[in-house]
Design a protein around this ligand. Structure first.
Ligand code: AMP
Ligand code: GLY
Length: 431
């Protein structure tokens, strides 16, 4: 089968590498992909938001199956356009993608269907939001309604900070129309867990849990990023908690979406916080997480294409979704200055054909790389590479990922040195 994958980061590279293992996959195209993916898929220079062009390309190449990975095209209705043209698609339609596209929608959904989440208020009027803050407990959490490149959540410790955030989002429109409405919510505390799940709208099969490291610097300091590293499984996520999440969060969410006429098919991402009052939803995403996917998919033993197809055609109940018992760790190599200002075009050394030669159980996923006209691999983004190692236990996977990451260099490379430390501590405490 000929597969078309839409997207360009490390997540897409991990999806492509796993799809390549399927015996039914004959050819993979990626729109637009990045330089480091060229060995794994044919790149086509069409942007992720050039949806009409992408559909025309799929028609001309007679694509058999389409995977849409990033949130922006899903929220804009890319899946609908491909479906209208007769293509089977992995990824929710526009109505279902609203679960990520609008925080007001997702918060109201959780309230209506009794799904545990932080208490909240919605505002469309800046003055009302500002006067509400005068009596809101601190810290307080302010969220722009729409997509904001992962930057739309502000945790304010003081009243002036909170007011500044509201004025920037609603007054100055720093996130454009995404800030027409805002959510102000209760600050929750506890370990965070990411759970990605396959769903066909009726049935839901969770993947192995993971832990993201969102801040740019060690000890969770610095700015929020797309994610600087991940480990799987997440040791805080016990079987008991998993059962509770299934009953109180996962199934109620897909049933709620169906009841609202927004059946969700694809990968639903649950960002959870394990509070002392039980697990609560921090956010939903309508797609695979990045870099969660770079630790989750390497542990998948079942055929990814078959699972994806079963989500599309409603047969997930009969489909095996099996993960290995081992662990995985991913260390992101970023450009110095990310997530604010950084330089591109720095030559990358240490890789041969985009991978680390002689390293078993290590995969280098390319997030932001390009190949120059003379064939040199160079940096081309904030997050550049994700170095993932798998092993029987988290300690092996982590030390191996860091050893492997040491072999790669480029000017102003920045990585965190404490990915997985919290997870190791949690494991030690369990014993
Ligand atoms: P998001 O952009 O929705 O992923 O949020 C970014 C980060 O903000 C999350 O990973 C949490 O660490 C934090 N966060 C979001 N909502 C809350 C909340 N209600 N209480 C505490 N932290 C939160
Ligand atoms: N790593 C967080 C996300 O994909 O949203």
């Amino acid at each position: 089968m000929k597969i078309l994958v839409i997207g360009q980061g490390g997540r897409e590279h991990a999806i492509i590498k796993k799809l390549k293992e399927s015996k039914d996959v004959t050819e993979i195209f990626v729109l637009p992909g990045n330089g480091g993916m060229e060995r794994d898929a044919k790149r086509v220079p069409i942007g992720v938001m050039e949806i009409k062009k992408a559909v025309d390309f799929a028609k001309s190449e007679k694509i058999d199956y389409v995977v849409i990975a990033p949130d922006d095209p899903l929220v804009a209705g890319a899946a609908d356009e491909f479906m209208k043209a007769g293509f089977p698609v992995f990824g929710p339609d526009k109505k279902a993608a609203e679960i990520e596209g609008s925080k007001v929608f997702s918060k109201n959904l959780m309230k209506k269907y009794n799904i545990p989440t932080a208490r909240y208020e919605v505002f469309s009027d800046m003055e009302k939001a500002l006067s509400y803050l005068d009596s809101a407990p601190l810290p307080t959490v302010i969220k722009a309604d729409g997509l904001a490149l992962g930057k739309g959540v502000i945790i304010a410790n003081t009243l002036p900070e909170a007011k500044k955030a509201v004025k920037e989002i609603m007054g100055d429109k720093v996130f454009g129309k995404s800030g027409d409405n805002i959510v102000i919510e209760e600050f929750l505390e506890g370990p965070e867990v990411s759970v990605l799940a396959f769903t066909d709208g009726n049935e839901l099969k969770p993947m192995v849990s993971s832990m993201d490291h969102k801040r740019a610097l060690d000890n969770d300091e610095g700015l929020n990023t797309g994610g600087m590293g991940t480990v799987a499984p997440n040791p805080y996520y016990t079987e008991k908690i998993a059962d509770e999440c299934m009953k109180k969060i996962f199934l109620p969410t897909i049933h709620a979406m169906k009841s609202e006429g927004r059946t969700f098919r694809g990968c639903l991402y649950f960002g959870l916080m394990l509070t002392k009052d039980g697990p609560k939803v921090i956010e939903y995403n309508c797609r695979f997480g990045d870099p969660e996917t770079q630790v989750v998919l390497p542990l998948l033993e079942s055929d990814l294409l078959h699972i994806m197809q079963s989500c599309t055609d409603g047969t997930l109940a009969q489909q095996e979704v099996k993960f290995s018992d081992g662990a995985a760790a991913c260390v992101i190599l970023a450009s110095g200055g990310y997530p604010v200002a950084y330089e591109k075009g720095k030559p990358i050394s240490g890789l041969v054909d985009g991978q680390l030669p002689g390293e078993e159980n290590v995969t280098v996923y390319h997030s932001g790389t390009a190949i120059t006209e003379d064939g040199q691999l160079v940096t081309n983004g904030g997050r550049v590479l994700g170095v993932t190692a798998t092993g029987p236990r988290l300690t092996n996977a982590l030390s191996h990922a860091y050893e492997a990451a040491e072999k790669i260099s480029f000017e102003k490379l920045h990585k965190r040195s404490d990915i997985g430390l919290r997870a190791l501590k949690a494991l030690a405490e369990k014993q």
